[in-house]
Design a protein around this ligand. Structure first.
Ligand SMILES: [Zn+2]
Length: 461
């Protein structure tokens, strides 16, 4: 990198001599690590690629994309050149597009909830999560958002390059009331006892606005960029019927206010219509699931510009056969069938009213993670291929950036291929804007994965 003194000598020739002797003297006394800093950041030049930029309706053909350091520097035609020592990747006519983003993961939940409660500790969960993170990268997911059971230490270790994984946004410990969706302690637990998940800091059980406020701030302290709150009943839990409302207006407002104090926002787990409306009435901007919404509520979300986080694979495909889900009780199977019965209708309304959407798989179990990209193909039932791609790139990135000061990745935008954007790129055989399902066959069709300017997978040769 150019030093400031070198810039000044060019700008003011009269002081050039003096400044250069100061610069030389400064260099002599600099620690060697600083003095030897390379002049130029490493470059990678992708040639012969068709670019899907994360937002457009189609591809820009026969392009070159130059990456410098961890950012995209330039996009151009065949005249675009790189430094002599740049790494050159001949794309062979493949599609270069932004890395995929999964906005709803739970990497600490690879084993069934009750098995974790009685068997595992944080060490084992972290080790299991590490395998999943490698798996997400191989499948072209360069960013994930762990929206319940966030692991702050994992986030720090990825950021420092100590473990390999996608960019890791998290919501810290998800917030539930007693008997809410994250109250996973055993059925015979005494009142007020912390279950295993809560002791590990992965969930937080609160009652009353004050407890919720403290829990939000604790998450912020632990590097959460967003807050996840359970407002209504869920499927995999045992004490919250689907029609239940598990937080009060006052509690929701306390959570929203505390999150907004840090410049970020709240995503709620809400299936039933009443819980979605209660959340929206009290300042929530982001709804997860929403599978049991009425048509008027879907329309309301569109009109008010709220965002719906889609879990199409879970609702439409997995819940069609819930008896095959590991660890599901008879009660969870019954709930899953009710959700499945409504999914097609709600997704149709989401498309009809043009609700803002991004996609998160919620494919948490170790049998599901290998299938994550099937979530894109399931959405072909309701959305155009390019809409589906945006749900996993630029739309998702918009809401990651909306976490404001708590966004851990602020150097450039994610989810797009553009000058100044993070170099999170995948090279795909074929044209996913015509058929997203090609992304499911990641072994054959996702030939290169770059995150932060670094190549993590390359099967081109
Ligand atoms: Zn979930």
């Amino acid at each position: 990198m150019m030093s400031h003194s070198a810039d000044i000598t060019k700008a003011i020739p009269g002081v050039a001599g003096l400044m250069s002797s100061i610069a030389v003297a400064a260099l002599l006394f600099m620690p060697s690590s600083v003095a030897q800093e390379p002049e130029q950041l490493p470059q990678t030049l992708f040639t012969n690629v068709n670019v899907w930029d994360g937002t457009s309706d189609g591809l820009s053909e026969n392009q070159r994309v130059l990456v410098e350091g961890n950012l995209v520097k330039t996009i151009g035609d065949e005249t675009l050149e790189a430094n002599a020592d740049a790494t050159v990747v001949d794309g062979g006519g493949r599609t270069l597009m932004p890395g995929l983003i999964d906005m709803h993961t739970h990497l600490a939940l690879l084993r069934p909830i009750q098995e974790v409660e009685t068997t595992w500790d944080g060490f084992a969960l972290g080790a299991m999560a590490s395998e999943s993170m490698r798996s997400f990268l191989d499948k072209g997911y360069t960013t994930i958002r762990d929206i319940c059971l966030g692991m702050p230490g994992i986030a720090r270790a990825i950021e420092r390059g100590l473990i390999t994984g996608p960019r890791y946004y998290h919501g810290g410990a998800c917030l539930s009331g007693t008997s809410g969706h994250a109250d996973w302690d055993q059925v015979n637990a005494p009142k007020g006892r912390e279950g295993t998940f809560e002791r590990m800091g992965l969930v937080s059980i609160n009652n009353g606005p004050d407890e919720y406020r403290e829990a939000v701030r604790w998450n912020m302290r632990n590097g959460a960029s967003v807050i996840k709150l359970f407002v209504g009943g869920g499927v995999a839990s045992q004490f919250d019927p689907l029609e239940s409302v598990t937080a009060t207006a006052e509690e929701i407002r306390a959570v929203v206010e505390a999150a907004e104090g840090f410049g970020t926002y709240v995503c709620v787990h809400a299936f039933n219509d009443k819980s979605v409306n209660l959340a929206l009435d009290n300042g929530v901007r982001c709804v997860e699931h929403g599978f049991l919404m009425e048509e008027a509520t879907v329309q309301r979300m569109a009109e008010e510009g709220q965002v719906l986080s889609l879990q199409a694979w879970i609702g439409y495909k997995s819940f069609a056969k819930p008896e095959e889900i590991t660890g599901f009780t008879a009660e969870s199977i019954r709930k899953a069938k009710d959700v499945h019965a409504n999914t097609d209708k709600v997704m149709g309304w989401v498309k009809k009213y043009g609700v803002e959407t991004f996609a998160g798989t919620d494919m948490y179990d170790s049998t599901m993670v290998p299938l994550v990209a099937e979530d894109l193909a399931v959405r072909q039932r309701w959305f155009e291929d390019v809409e589906i791609l945006r749900q996993n790139t630029s739309n998702a990135a918009k809401w990651l950036a909306a976490t404001g000061p708590k966004n851990p990745y602020k150097e450039g935008p994610l989810g797009v291929v553009a000058p100044g954007a993070y170099a999170d790129l995948i090279l795909v055989k074929g044209d996913p804007t015509q058929d997203v399902s090609i992304l499911f066959d990641h072994e054959n069709n996702i030939n290169l994965v770059m995150k932060d300017g670094e190549i993590y997978k390359n099967t081109l040769n």
